[in-house]
Ligand binder design. Structure first.
Ligand SMILES: NC(=O)c1ccc[n+]([C@@H]2O[C@H](COP(=O)([O-])OP(=O)(O)OC[C@H]3O[C@@H](n4cnc5c(N)ncnc54)[C@H](OP(=O)(O)O)[C@@H]3O)[C@@H](O)[C@H]2O)c1
Length: 248
């Protein structure tokens, strides 16, 4: 098990939702956390003896942001959570611009940050987690290019792992695919749209999905993941309210 006190974790996309829970969980486990988001956010002061949270206001999709922030903070752990909320409507009601929003945000962010992690490179033993989506496994017919963009995030996380291995860099890359949860802005809009499409109330739709993933539970799962020995870490996991499940 890896100790988090003394380690710096950079969480990209942490002003709300799952990223906020992940940043809070890492700080409570003792890490020095740096958050990145476009809007400023206040975090509750972690309990005595826990880690710290500092915030950076930046657009993570900006080509210069990744290199600059990695150089400034020299993190041991990088968690890419940031993503755009897709417009929820059937394919024919999308424009190319609404269809491609997650390619222009989520994939762009993963591309810039993974590239900079490899070029820098992060120090040996570093961990990189990319938050993709369960939609990457089954599709998401109401959210345009979202599922494909999230699948591409998973692919390029594996590409980065391969490049790191070829270059002899001891960096571990993992994709985490959360299942839809109504407890964030993004997930609530998606749950409402799918409930309406299936003629169910939002409550009925969510009931069949089991316990929802909370931002706190996402934080607990990520702490568990980054504390595991690298040899025990799989390339990808599904994340539900019940925790992480290794993907084949
Ligand atoms: N909630 C779900 O049901 C669910 C399911 C599967 C996967 N996911 C994935 O999990 C991740 C987090 O989702 P969420 O539900 O927590 O979403 P959310 O509540 O909408 O939060 C998104 C976060 O990303 C940040 N962000 C977006 N664009 C950014 C940019 N260009 N630069 C910096 N930060 C940026 C936002 O901060 P600012 O707006 O302040 O910049 C915010 O902190 C996403 O990648 C999403 O696709 C979510």
């Amino acid at each position: 098990m890896i100790d988090l006190p003394g380690r710096t974790a950079l969480v990209v996309g942490a002003s709300r939702g799952l990223g906020h829970g992940i940043a809070t969980g890492l700080a409570e486990a003792g890490a020095s956390v740096v958050t990145v988001s476009r809007t400023p956010v206040e975090f509750a002061r972690p309990a005595a003896g826990a880690g710290t949270v500092r915030t950076e206001v930046a657009d993570a999709g900006d080509a210069a942001a990744a290199g600059l922030l990695l150089d400034r903070h020299e993190p041991d752990i990088v968690v890419l959570v940031a993503g755009a909320s897709p417009l929820m409507r059937p394919l024919q009601h999308h424009t190319w611009e609404t269809f491609s929003v997650n390619w222009e945000t989520d994939v762009r962010i993963a591309f810039h940050w993974l590239r900079e992690v490899l070029l820098k490179p992060l120090r040996p033993g570093s961990r990189v987690v990319v938050v993709s989506s369960g939609a990457a496994l089954a599709g998401s017919p109401l959210s345009g290019g979202y599922a494909g963009a999230k699948a591409t995030q998973r692919f390029i996380t594996a590409y980065a792992q391969d490049e790191a291995g070829r270059a002899g860099l001891d960096i571990t890359f993992t994709a985490v695919l959360p299942r839809i949860t109504p407890l964030t802005d993004l997930g609530r809009a998606a749950a409402q749209a799918y409930a309406a499409r299936s003629g169910q109330s939002e409550e009925e739709y969510l009931k069949q999905m089991g316990d929802p993933l909370t931002p706190d539970a996402a934080g607990t799962a990520l702490v568990d993941l980054v504390r595991r020995d690298a040899a025990q870490v799989a390339p990808a996991y599904l994340l539900t309210g019940a925790g992480l499940k290794k993907l084949p």
